[in-house]
Each structure stands twice: as C-alpha cells, then as structure tokens.
Design a binder for this molecule. Structure first.
Ligand code: LLP
Length: 455
C-alpha cells in the first residue's frame, strides 16, 4: 500500500522539467521509493547496479507537454524533434516517434538508431560541424534532412551527389549571435562557436546554394545553448531567425521550416527554477508570429529540438554503496559502484544533482557525506558535501535527473562496463539495454601473434 505520495516534491505535473523527481514517484509504507510502480531497491537487486532507470510516464509527459504547447500557442504548423544526443536507443526513438516527434541526429550511430526504430526519414535531421563523407552519403541516400553547418558540408555534398540523383533536403544552420547564461562548454549561440555559419556569411551562402541543382533548401536553424533558464534569448532568436527567413525568401529559397534548436533547462537541485515547457514554447511561438507579422512573412512550420527537457527527469541512476572513509574534522566519503564513467557531468561541468537512499527516502537521521565514484581519479565525485539519510554498505543510492547526457556521454574509463537501462511503467520493468560485461570490453582488442607466448 502506498501511504505517502511525495506531492510536495512533484511541483509541476504539467512540465516534468520543473521537477527533480519522476512524476510517478511514490513512497511506500516502509519509506521506500517506487517509480513507475516499481520498487527501486528491487530493480537494483534484479538487474544489478549501477542501473539506469527510465520512467516511461515522465518521458511521455514531456513529449506531450511540447506537442500540446505547440498546438496551443502556435498558429502555424509545427514539428518537435527530439535531440537524440541526450540519450539514444531503439526504445527511446520509438517512444518519441509514437508521441509525434521527429529526431535530430549527429552521427551515423544516432541515425541508424532512429531509422531502425522506424522513424520516417523526412522527420530526421542530420546535424554536425564535421560530418564525414560517409555520414553525408548515408544521410543523403536515406533522404533525411541534412543540416548544413559549413562550407565543407556543401563542398562534400557537391562531390558526392550524382548529377542524376534526387535533390538533397537541406536546412542551414547559422550562429545567431545571442549570448545566454549557461556553462561555456554548452553555449553555442554566441559568435565564437564552432557550430554554424557566421551571420555575416549567411547571405553569400544562401546565394551560393542557389547554384546547385541538387540543393533544396527547406529551412533555417539556430540553437543558442543548453540548460538555459532565461526566456529572453529565445525571444530574441525569433527576430534573428525571421530576418534570416526574409533574406532567404528574397534570394529565392521558398523556405518553409524554422528550427529554433533546444536548450530549455531542467531542475537538477531545489534552487533551480527553469521555465515550464509551455512558457518556453509560448515565448518562441508568439515571438515568431510577431516577428513574421512585422516582416510580412507567412508563418513557417516551427521546429524545435529539445533533448534534456524531454528525457532527463525520467531518469534515475541506482548505485550500491560500498566503502566509507571518514577523515575526522574534514569529510566523510562514501563510495558507490559507478561514477564518472556512467555520469561524467559532475567532473566535466561541476554539475550538481539530487540524491536519496532509495529504501529510506525520508530518513530523518541525516549526515553530511561526499559521494565518490570508484574510478582512479580524485575528481570522480558525484555529490560534494551532501546531506543524505544515514546509509551503510549495501544500501542503494539513487541519483535523480540522469536521463539526459549520462548514458550518451558515458565511457569505459578504467575498463568499467556500461550499466544496463530498464524502462518502468505501471509496475512493470523492461530491460531496454543490456549491461556491458568486462569481456565485452575485450571484443575489439587484438593481440598480434608475436605477443603470444607459444612455448
Ligand atoms: N540542438 C542542437 C543543435 C544541439 O546542439 C543541442 C544540444 C540540442 C538541440 C539539445 O539541447 P537540449 O535541449 O538538450 O539542451 N553535454 C551537455 C549538453 C550538451 C548539449 C549539446 N547540444 C550537458 O551534459 O549538459
């Protein structure tokens, strides 16, 4: 029997990115946390740790929030795309497809994942600032939309598309010159960015594209960064995009699509206060309508490509607590069986997270601990000086909001295999990605004959 639904923690049912906990989080009569109707400690027991858990309801709710906000706030046509760099797998691609999303992909791996999940090629957009010839060819042959990022993309396509071939559907990405407040590693809209055409080159590039009979420019794209809490940069983006749209039309490209990128932030810790999905979409939709009206432009189809705000909040990572080291007067370390290889965000961006002891969620006896990973790196710390219910070896620790940029950025540092992923919902858990085994890591090693002792 569930006795306490932590409603005080679920702050905004309508916008998962404004919550730390998955929307289906409940605490049972023993103080244990369940998500998607599954007891987390049971999942840890059954599938082992570290384990990525994804709550299907929270994930789908995020998709629905974007779909609803677009149809409610925008008068023109729209298509949300899921930025699969946040977390890419067959099941995830298949879920977003079923929610009416297209996909943004940036590599052959992400592309074949989307195609194998049955996403229609016309709803796939291939990005990248250094696409290989092979990637461009595969994208072209599969008739997916190619987001032109630089001259090199155009040169390569010009070389590889046969004269009698079909036209390539292109979107052009440029740097909008908009600053926003986020970590410098994940800012992309300012002028000093490796992505997209410099705005000064936009006109020449639009003219250049007119020369190629293989090129069919269908849209313009700009993305300003990630984990953004302000709405103003997105409002400004609408005007910049509308100016570019007007220019493109004047040059003779009958463009239909405008893609505003992703970037909406999420709540990782209680002091984070991101806008809701509806407010973000509304800002962009109204901004675009106003900008088009004042320039006498028809409303384009509006595309956006959120990643983090779709999938982050549905994810929790479960770890088993192991060793403990108390340094009197200084710090208490507790170590878990994963760390920077399954979640490189704390060591990369100094990112903060919220955690719990899954079988003692409300535990009132708390202690200040630093949760360390098991990797040979002092900086491999997941939570620094964190007030956690008292826990001991064998207890399961849960870290929230790990659905985005965890698995997709994971590594095998120290030859540590990657965790499994389970999808939970309605009391059922489905394994959607198998756990790697140490032996798997030997698969690509080659020991040339001269290293083998034949004696
Ligand atoms: N579109 C483009 C062109 C992008 O580059 C990105 C993210 C997105 C969409 C999705 O942005 P989102 O809605 O997820 O903010 N590894 C970093 C985040 C890097 C984001 C890269 N591009 C992190 O863990 O915070």
């Amino acid at each position: 029997m569930i006795i306490d639904k932590p409603f005080e923690f679920i702050e905004d049912q309508s916008s998962p990115n404004r919550n730390i906990y998955p929307l289906t989080s409940e605490i049972d009569e023993k103080g244990r946390l369940t998500v998607g109707g599954c007891l987390l400690s049971d999942l840890a027991e059954r599938y082992g740790t570290p384990l990525y858990v994804l709550d299907e309801f929270t994930f789908r709710s995020s998709c629905k929030a974007y779909k609803n906000a677009l149809s409610k706030n925008y008068k023109g046509l729209s298509l949300p795309l899921y930025a699969s760099k946040a977390n890419s797998s067959l099941v995830i691609s298949s879920i977003v497809k079923s929610e009416g999303f297209g996909l943004d992909v940036v590599s052959e791996g992400e592309l074949i994942t989307a195609l194998n999940a049955g996403v229609q090629s016309q709803n796939i957009f291939f990005h990248g600032n250094n696409k290989s010839k092979r990637e461009l060819l595969i994208a072209y042959q599969n008739k997916v939309n190619i987001v032109i990022d630089n001259e090199y993309d155009i040169d390569q396509l010009d070389n590889l598309i046969p004269t009698e071939g079909h036209k390539a559907k292109l979107m052009l990405r440029f740097t909008p010159g908009i600053e926003c407040h986020t970590h410098e590693y994940i800012r992309t809209g300012h002028l000093d960015s490796k992505f997209g055409f410099d705005p000064d080159k936009l006109e020449d590039t639009l003219i250049r594209l007119k020369n190629y009979q293989w090129a069919h420019l269908t849209g313009l794209h700009a993305h300003i960064g990630s984990q953004i809490f302000e709405l103003a940069p997105h409002r400004d983006l609408s005007s910049v995009l509308a100016d570019a749209l007007k220019k493109a039309i004047e040059i003779g490209h009958p463009i239909n699509d405008i893609n505003v990128g992703g970037g909406l932030g999420i709540k990782y810790i209680s002091s984070d206060n991101p806008p809701s999905i509806n407010d973000w979409v509304k800002t962009i939709a109204l901004g675009m309508e106003k900008a088009c009206k004042s320039r006498d432009l028809d409303l384009p189809r509006l595309l956006c490509e959120p990643g983090r705000s779709i999938v982050a909040t549905s994810g929790i990572t479960l770890y088993k607590i192991g060793s403990r080291k108390e340094i009197p007067g200084l710090r208490t370390y507790i170590s878990v069986d994963g760390g920077m290889s399954d979640n490189p965000r704390p060591i990369t961006y100094d990112s903060a997270y919220t955690a719990c002891v899954v079988d003692n969620f409300l535990g009132d006896e708390k202690e200040l601990v630093t949760v360390a990973g098991k990797h040979c790196e002092s900086g491999d710390v997941l939570l620094k000086d964190y007030l956690l219910p008292k826990a001991s070896s064998g207890n399961v620790l849960g870290i929230f909001c790990t659905g985005a940029y965890n698995l997709s950025m994971s590594s095998n540092y120290n030859r540590i295999p990657k965790p499994a992923t389970v999808l939970v919902g309605n009391g059922q858990a489905d394994l959607i990605q198998k756990r790697e085994l140490p032996e798997d890591l030997l698969r690509y090693d080659i020991l040339p004959d001269r290293f083998i002792d034949h004696r």
